[in-house]
Ligand binder design. Structure first.
Ligand code: HEM
Length: 556
């Protein structure tokens, strides 16, 4: 009775309790829709203000005051809970700002330097760091299999932020339900059989000849290899996905598609960190229009391929199930979204790896000479994917590049399934709602897994011991110092949700690197300092690079 009287006398207890209840709702239900946010952040506190307005002389100011106090109560209780020992992740170390809000990492993500931030956190706090209120980052490879392996966890809510426009028929990479994921993955995997790869090899080879011809035309002049590789990889992926492309190698990026993808990168990393922002972003014309522009481009390309048909088995052939192997035809919208994924996942990553290979080789003349010698000795065998797969130094250079600079530096996250009881990760119980990931960049440069000199480009570490000693006797003199833990090599991730295009990607990288090395001598353009490339590297989930100015000379 006394409590009720107190409530009647003062508007504050009711306001604070309402704020605390709102925190409970956010915590339990994690609402994502604009109406839910609108109700919890505006409608309820304003209604409360209207109800309690008789406590104030000025009605409008009174309502605003109640609204502000409600939000303060909500924010304070959220912060207090996240920092308290009651939080299920309380025992894990991490910076206070990360524990309080995911906005902190989103801000760092926007700068493109999150990969260094994660690495720094692991150096400071150890192998398991709380990088968000409900997020843990791991840098110990014993957690890879229980997290990402066959008995691991499904994809996390990170992916909800990546596809605010895909309400239904989300593309493969973003599907969180493991059963749905494996069903669609089965369709995708038909597109990467050895026979399919053989056909794609011919497509890459053709584009490679076109690239060599174009670069040959600029022999002796400065060219930006990064831009050429972007055009090349986009044309290749369009050929693979739809049987033809926008011909960027010939027309450059006249449709500004690559520009569109690049401009969208900082926004997409923020959305991936803050999945609840997706709906809001879609209401902001500037952001939504860019997303729609790319979607329209994919829809147009898909439509063209759908109606024109193709005599060849491109990726679309498998995704659309033109062979009629599935009981039910895939939804058209699903194929549009998956083709869109193929273009982004297949071109961005390769377009990042290729400049990195040459950037590293040009800084390491002895490695350049070795790879060139191997390629020259192979002669015309370089056109044969099977022979090329056996070239040890070429493979070592590609692996070492992907180890030092994985195109997806911060890894891909996993969470316990929403309707599960959580997940046991080694000795750690991971509650539902927690996002976990292995930080690829950190792990791949960890001296416990790669030694000696884990931060240096030493392709020889991928060769047999006797060859290592013969080529680099000083580096590999001390057997006890050599560590080469291939399970810590994760550029394509691992497990049933790893990169489905990995064999194709490596096949493509081998051919392009071998053919360019055989065809040209190259050096950095005059005045270019290769160290600036490291500063320009940005982690927007897929790495973004600065330019790579080189001068090429024809060899043959
Ligand atoms: C150097 C090149 C590439 C790298 C480093 C790379 C890396 C990755 C990574 C790290 C993932 C996330 C996997 C996960 O969630 O655990 C991924 C997924 C994926 N990648 Fe790649 N990728 C490359 C090239 C390609 C190519 C050429 C394609 C061709 C279409 C492709 C298609 C995909 C697809 C469809 C997924 C989603 C797989 C799934 O969720 O089941 N990638 N890739």
């Amino acid at each position: 009775m006394e409590v009720l009287v107190h409530f009647e006398r003062s508007p504050y207890p009711a306001t604070f309790i309402a704020g605390l209840l709102a925190h409970l709702v956010f915590n339990r239900l994690e609402p994502r829709s604009i109406p839910a946010f609108g109700s919890l952040l505006c409608f309820i506190p304003i209604s409360l203000g209207v109800y309690l307005r008789h406590h104030f002389h000025n009605t409008v100011l009174g309502i605003l005051w109640i609204w502000a106090l409600y939000l303060i109560a909500l924010v304070c209780s959220t912060i207090a809970y996240r920092l308290s020992s009651f939080h299920p992740l309380a025992k894990y170390p991490g910076p206070v700002m990360c524990r309080i809000t995911k906005l902190w990492l989103a801000r760092i993500g926007w700068t493109g330097k999150q990969y260094l931030y994660y690495q720094e956190l692991h150096t400071l706090y150890g192998d398991i760091v709380r990088t968000g209120p409900n997020e843990l980052s791991f840098a110990d490879i014993s957690y890879i299999s229980p997290m990402m392996g066959a008995n691991g966890m499904p994809k996390s809510s990170f992916w909800d932020g990546g596809f605010p426009d895909q309400k239904q028929h989300r593309s493969l990479v973003g599907i969180r339900n493991s059963l749905d994921h494996s069903r669609l993955r089965k369709v995708w995997s038909r597109a990467f059989t050895p026979d399919a790869l053989k056909y794609y090899h011919t497509l890459v080879d053709k584009r490679c000849s076109q690239l060599i011809e174009a670069l040959g035309g600029s022999a002796g002049d400065e060219v930006d290899l990064k831009t050429w590789f972007h055009w090349f990889s986009h044309d290749v992926m369009s050929d693979v996905a739809y049987g033809s492309g926008p011909e960027m190698l010939r027309n450059k990026d006249i449709g500004a598609i690559w520009k569109l993808l690049e401009e969208g990168q900082p926004v997409s990393i923020v959305m991936l960190h803050l999945p609840w922002l997706g709906e809001f972003f879609m209401t902001i014309p500037m952001f939504a229009s860019k997303l729609r522009e790319f979607k329209d481009y994919c829809v147009k390309r898909t439509e063209r391929r759908y109606y024109s048909g193709s005599p060849n088995k491109d990726l679309f052939y498998y995704l659309m199930d033109e062979a009629g192997l599935e009981a039910e035809k895939p939804a058209y919208e699903q194929v549009v979204n998956d083709s869109n994924l193929a273009i982004v996942a297949g071109s961005d990553t390769v377009a990042t790896s290729l400049p990195n290979v040459f950037w590293l080789l040009l800084q390491n003349p002895s490695a350049y000479i070795r790879i060139q010698k191997e390629v020259d000795q192979l002669g015309d065998k370089i056109y044969d994917a099977v022979e090329l797969a056996k070239a040890p130094y070429l493979n070592a250079v590609i692996n070492e590049t992907l180890r030092l600079h994985p195109p997806v530096m911060s890894g891909s996250s996993r969470s316990p399934w929403v309707h599960s009881q959580g997940h046991q990760l080694g000795q750690h119980y991971i509650p539902v709602g927690t996002t976990t990931s292995i930080h690829f960049y950190t792990v791949q440069r960890d001296s416990r897994y790669f030694s000696p000199s884990p931060n240096d480009f030493i392709p020889e570490r991928w060769l047999a011991r006797d060859v290592q000693k013969e080529l680099e006797p000083q580096v590999f003199s001390d057997e006890a110092q050599i560590v080469h833990e291939t399970s810590a090599f994760l550029p394509f991730s691992t497990g049933p949700m790893d990169c489905i295009g990995k064999r194709f990607a490596v096949q493509e990288l081998r051919l392009v690197v071998a053919r360019l090395i055989r065809e040209f001598d190259m050096e950095f353009a005059e005045g270019f300092d290769p160290r600036v490339s490291e500063d320009q590297m940005k982690d927007f989930f897929v790495t973004s690079l600065g330019s790579l100015p080189v001068v090429l000379q024809k060899r043959l």
